[in-house]
Design a protein around this ligand. Structure first.
Ligand SMILES: Cc1ncc(COP(=O)(O)O)c(C=O)c1O
Length: 451
């Protein structure tokens, strides 16, 4: 290609033309390979077309690099799609959980702030980074058992886990897309004045009817979090989001994300409020540049505009992605329903319409999970554990185990959590699955149980 390609074109026209070429490239070279029996069936993956590639190239040619117009567009559209007021993108779902939890520790929340030693109710059957920020901060996770086959917190045990004066928050995920009992959990939180963080990383698009109103999960509590890592409901490669309806929580989350600063200017922007040199903060001299005033000891967890550009294209398709996830889950459920004497099959929570992340299975007594999973993997069907199974059995708890009751607490038994660790696994339902792939998955599970 020589410079003649650009002749007579404005910069914008040239960028558009190159982006369209990238779209053509995507169609030609990134075409989805037709599945043929014997191919590996992964549990999840990126699902995209020319729109993502066009946006990515458009953003890279613009070369803003850091958070810019695509980030602003994504945050606005994502919040609107969820039905919340405020959204902040961050560089992963784990960062979203970190920001969500640290937001609750802000001195701006005064007596409602979570302090070191305070207790946070959670579960051990899940992903570690729902729990890590609690421990890292020096608060005390209180582990409550989950139910089978809902795989979410057993809400009937919440009152037993509660400790007057100590319990300050509940931080739990909607497991594999299946909403936890939002009616019971929100009622419990309201009764005791607790914060609720919904880790919505695996449940984007799940719906729940709460107090007669259909809402999306992640929007019922004080803060919701998302992950945009490739197998998730939509992707930016790496990425995540924190969302809330509360302006103060939003302000704190933004501050923590953006180095802890007090100022709300976008990257590259100056004096948006017109009071850059007017204020007096902390013990700083009057008129100290507000751009460099820090109300928190924060982080930098922003995303690049290229990630957001991909996210904007993914968001256009999110409803079709969640529809496909629901269809695939239903197809697997039908195909495996004759195995309910050997396998515990998943059940959607009452009053919910899950946007499933995966299809969870627990082996019944007498069925060897490891043997079945080995069979499936050997047959090319990718499987996954329910993440940590039981987080407190992991090496990351070795140094904490002697401090049970101080650094963490277990409320009641974790029998179902242990059962999931020993006999549970899941398979994928992502939009890239086809009927023939699912037929192979169903067939191999039947075969694996015969052998
Ligand atoms: C429930 C849950 N929370 C948080 C995360 C972390 O997301 P990320 O991988 O983007 O850090 C995951 C990851 O899959 C998850 O499943």
């Amino acid at each position: 290609m020589d410079k003649a390609f650009f002749e007579g074109l404005s910069e914008e026209e040239a960028r558009k033309k190159i982006s369209e070429l990238a779209g053509d490239y995507c169609e030609l070279y990134h075409r989805r390979k037709e599945y043929t029996p014997g191919d590996h069936i992964s549990y999840g993956g990126r699902f995209y077309d020319r729109r993502e590639m066009e946006n990515l190239v458009d953003s890279s040619l613009e070369f803003w690099l850091t958070a810019g117009r695509y980030v602003q567009e994504f945050e606005k559209k994502f919040a609107a799609w969820l039905g919340v007021k405020y959204c902040s993108t961050v560089n992963s779902g784990s960062s979203a959980n970190l920001i969500a939890f640290m937001t609750l520790t802000s001195p701006l929340l005064k007596e409602r702030a979570v302090k070191p030693g305070d207790e946070v109710i959670t579960v051990a059957a899940g992903f570690p980074t729902t729990v890590s920020p609690i421990v890292q901060y020096g608060a005390v996770p209180v582990f409550v058992d989950v139910t089978v086959p809902g795989y979410n917190i057993d809400a009937s045990r919440l009152e037993d886990a509660f400790c007057e004066g100590k319990t300050k928050a509940v931080m739990i995920a909607h497991t594999l897309g299946n909403p936890f009992d939002l009616a019971a959990v929100t009622e419990f939180c309201e009764k005791h004045g607790l914060w609720l963080i919904e880790d919505n990383c695996d449940a984007l698009g799940s719906e729940y009817t709460l107090k007669g109103k259909k809402i999306k999960t992640g929007t019922a509590g004080h803060i919701g979090t998302s992950s945009f890592y490739p197998p998730h409901h939509m992707t930016m490669g790496e990425g995540g989001a924190v969302y809330t309806n509360d302006p103060l929580l939003h302000r704190i989350a933004r501050s923590l994300r953006d180095w802890g600063r007090d100022c709300v200017c976008e990257p590259g922007q100056d004096n948006r409020c017109g009071h850059r040199y007017d204020g007096q903060y902390g013990q700083l001299p009057a008129g100290y540049d507000h751009k460099y005033v820090y109300s928190h000891l924060g982080y930098n967890l922003k995303i690049t505009d290229m990630q957001a550009a991909v996210g904007v294209a993914q968001l256009e398709k999110i409803d079709s992605f969640t529809d496909l996830r629901r269809e695939h889950h239903a197809y697997l459920l039908k195909g495996l329903s004759d195995l309910s004497d050997k396998l515990i099959l998943p059940e959607a929570a009452k009053d919910s319409d899950p946007s499933w992340f995966g299809f969870m299975i627990c082996c019944r007594e007498g069925v060897d999970r490891t043997k079945l999973v080995r069979h499936l993997e050997d047959a090319g069907v990718q499987t996954r554990m329910l993440f940590s199974g039981n987080l407190i059995k992991h090496p990351c708890f070795d140094h904490l185990r002697d401090a049970q009751g101080v650094r963490y607490r277990v409320a009641g038994s974790l029998d179902n959590t242990d059962r999931i660790m020993q006999s549970g696994f899941w398979i994928g339902v992502y939009p890239g699955m086809t009927q023939s792939m699912m037929d192979v998955m169903i067939g191999e599970i039947h075969r694996g149980l015969q052998g």
